[in-house]
Write a protein that binds this ligand. Structure first.
Ligand code: ADP
Ligand code: MG
Length: 636
């Protein structure tokens, strides 16, 4: 035997996690091994389209389960693509697909929930160590002559050697079962597990007695799954459980799907689709490497799950199968990318998904209809990417979009918002920030609040990207309260106690503003009267036409900007403090030092409210202390 190679560090961790946290659901190991066997058969079938000789004298692909009670071993074997020496080391010695760290974070401690995670993180193979003391993986890659064997006890590492036993093709995973896992040698247990978890697998799964070589069978093996392409069966014959199990398998997901679309299209373009919208966001939804989960089949032959042209990025959470009658079987992925048929299918899939979401959204609250708001909470931020990526469907996406607003805790649609606009209100008002609660306290909202004008609270990073590009919704422009000139004076005051607009211009206020500007110099682009404040003395806004405040901070955090750009300090000239400051200015000559100090303090205060760094915190706190000292009068 060759020397033991250590596992990559993360594999050790995965093994620990898997073995300790999933123990009560250890039967899932079988589902994972069968799923790998099925993937391997899919890959070979696809390869054989261009290289038919790979199939050799075993053109019919199958999966075999062999229980050997004498030896205490359970084998899951396939006629699939197989692995050579390097592939064995890479695939079964590292965690290829995704980070173990995230797997560990995602574990909740609840074995049932955690057992659902394992397939999703691309660590399914290792689940077999829950039931086995030792695993031997015999594999012979299609088109090669050598059988390799990978062995491991799941602790110290693994060794790979040339195998004495030869297999015809594919892989045989031989588990030396632990003493307490002998139940997995019983036929009835194995049949039950396959029917529960793997019935839809498109290749026959046969259960039989051990034969000569690893993974071979003797006697008359029994096929224990249905092995038909589920999406090709009539809807009326498919149970809810079968659909859900299929979804779990294809999407590597374990939630109940939020929506399901099963359709068959005939005519110039013929294809069948079975698509699912998940109800919970997959862990890697925002991973730039994440692509949609649609598998492309051509006439029932799996072609690829990497054809990204099948779905736009903003629908990357959609999973399922598309099976086309029109595409050429043996074309390369590169050719497919440019195929007009693919482009047409994509367009139709998008339309169907949006139709279905619209239908569900339209029935919000009705009996038997899933909760659209809950869906939006999970996937809204992703769907909103479509607002700038997919102009053609923008209006439809606007209809689907939901927002937080100053009107209450619930989700608001744009048509709700527009329906509630005040007479005289011309724009859809927005404000962006990190969270709705903090935004509710923004000074820039004051005057809108005083007039009971609703404002949308935008808290997803993506909002800053689509807003500048979309223009209007139903001829109503979007206006940001932290950037755009917003004039609420045209709106009828809703409450009697709302402040009256357009006070007579007060020349001393203008003098104060000019003075403040002089004091602040380059620290601000401008100092001007505010129409958005009622209670606060000052606030910051961005320059119209420039980046909005929140977006600029976002860019800076992500090192996309060297520094924050110019800000405008808006001043509430009705505020008592501002009035006193104005009154303190002499008709001519230098103002008292306090006015300058207060001006600087006010700017810093506005920065604090925005969550922006103070350029000189020391100076801020000295000014503040001085002011506090002066104002504190101990009780006599
Ligand atoms: P995943 O299936 O999510 O990739 P697994 O841990 O289940 O993660 O398997 C790791 C990898 O090992 C697979 O991606 C595949 O490349 C390889 N593999 C596992 N089982 C087989 C098999 N029966 N035939 C061929 N390759 C396999
Ligand atoms: Mg797997």
């Amino acid at each position: 035997m060759s020397d033991m190679q250590p596992f990559a560090a993360e594999v050790g961790r995965v093994l620990d996690l898997v073995i300790n946290s999933l123990y009560t659901h250890r039967e899932i190991f079988l589902r994972e091994l069968v799923s790998n066997a099925s993937d391997a058969c899919d890959k070979l079938r696809y390869e054989s389209l261009s290289r038919p000789e790979l199939l050799g004298d075993r053109p019919d692909l199958e999966i075999r389960i062999v229980a050997d009670k004498e030896k205490g071993t359970l084998t899951v074997a396939d006629d699939g693509i197989g692995m050579d020496k390097d592939e064995l080391a890479d695939n079964l010695g590292t965690v290829a697909r995704s980070g173990t760290a995230r797997f560990a974070e995602a574990l909740s401690g609840d074995a049932k929930a955690d057992s659902q995670l394992i397939g999703r993180f691309g660590v399914g193979f290792y689940a077999a160590f829950m039931v086995a003391d030792e695993i031997a993986v015999f594999s012979r890659k299609a088109g090669t002559e050598t059988t390799w064997v990978w062995r491991s006890d799941g602790r110290s590492g693994f060794a790979i050697d040339e195998s004495d036993a030869q297999i015809a093709r594919g892989t045989a995973v031989v588990l030396k079962l632990k003493d307490d896992a002998k139940e997995f040698l019983e036929d009835h247990r194995l049949k039950h597990l396959v029917r529960t978890y793997s019935d839809h697998v498109a290749f026959p799964i046969r259960l039989g007695a051990p034969g000569d070589a690893p993974g071979e069978q003797s006697g008359e093996p029994e096929q224990i799954n249905r092995a038909s392409a589920l999406w090709r069966r009539p809807k009326s014959e498919i149970t809810e459980e079968e659909y859900t199990e299929f979804y779990h398998h294809t999407a590597h997901a374990f939630d109940e799907p939020f929506a399901r679309l099963h359709f068959s299209v005939e005519g110039t373009l013929a294809y069948v689709g079975l698509l699912f919208v998940p109800s919970t966001a997959p862990f890697d939804l925002y991973d730039p490497a994440r692509k949609h989960g649609i598998k492309l089949y051509v006439k029932r032959v799996f072609i690829t799950d990497q054809l990204h042209e099948l779905m736009p990025r903003y629908l990357r959470f959609v999973a399922g199968v598309v099976d086309s009658e029109d595409l050429q079987l043996n074309v390369s992925r590169e050719t497919l990318q440019k195929d007009v048929v693919v482009a047409k299918i994509r367009q139709a899939l998008v339309r169907r998904v949006l139709d279905e979401l619209e239908r569900i959204a339209g029935k919000q609250g009705e009996e038997g209809i899933p909760d659209y708001d809950a869906f939006w909470e999970q996937f809204g931020a992703v769907l909103k990417e479509g607002l700038y990526e997919d102009r053609e469907n923008r209006e439809r996406l606007f209809k689907l979009a939901r927002f937080r607003s100053t009107a209450g805790d619930g989700w608001v649609s744009l048509s709700d918002y527009v329906g509630r606009m005040k007479p005289g209100q011309e724009a859809i008002l927005t404000i962006s920030g990190d969270n709705a609660e903090a935004l509710m306290g923004s000074p820039q909202l004051e005057s809108a609040k005083a007039k009971s004008v609703e404002v949308l609270l935008l808290t997803d990073a993506i909002d800053d990207f689509w807003l500048p590009t979309v223009g209007d919704y139903e001829e109503k422009p979007f206006k940001s309260l932290t950037r755009d000139a917003v004039d609420l004076s045209t709106i009828d005051a809703a409450e009697a106690d709302a402040p009256a607009d357009e006070k007579a211009e007060d020349p001393t206020a203008d003098r104060l503003l000019a003075r403040m500007k002089l004091t602040l110099g380059d620290a601000v682009k401008d100092v001007r009267r505010s129409k958005r404040l009622t209670d606060s003395a000052v606030c910051l806004v961005a320059e119209e036409g420039g980046f909005d405040l929140h977006f600029e901070r976002f860019l800076k955090q992500h090192n996309q900007l060297a520094g924050l750009g110019g800000r405008i300090l808006e001043v509430n000239v009705e505020h008592p403090l501002i009035r006193s400051m104005a009154a303190a200015l002499p008709a001519e000559g230098e103002p008292p030092a306090e006015v300058e100090e207060l001006t600087r303090l006010l700017l810093d205060q506005a920065r604090v409210i925005e969550g922006e760094p103070l350029p000189d915190p020391g100076a801020f706190s000295r000014r503040m202390s001085k002011l506090l000292e002066a104002s504190f009068k101990p009780a006599a």
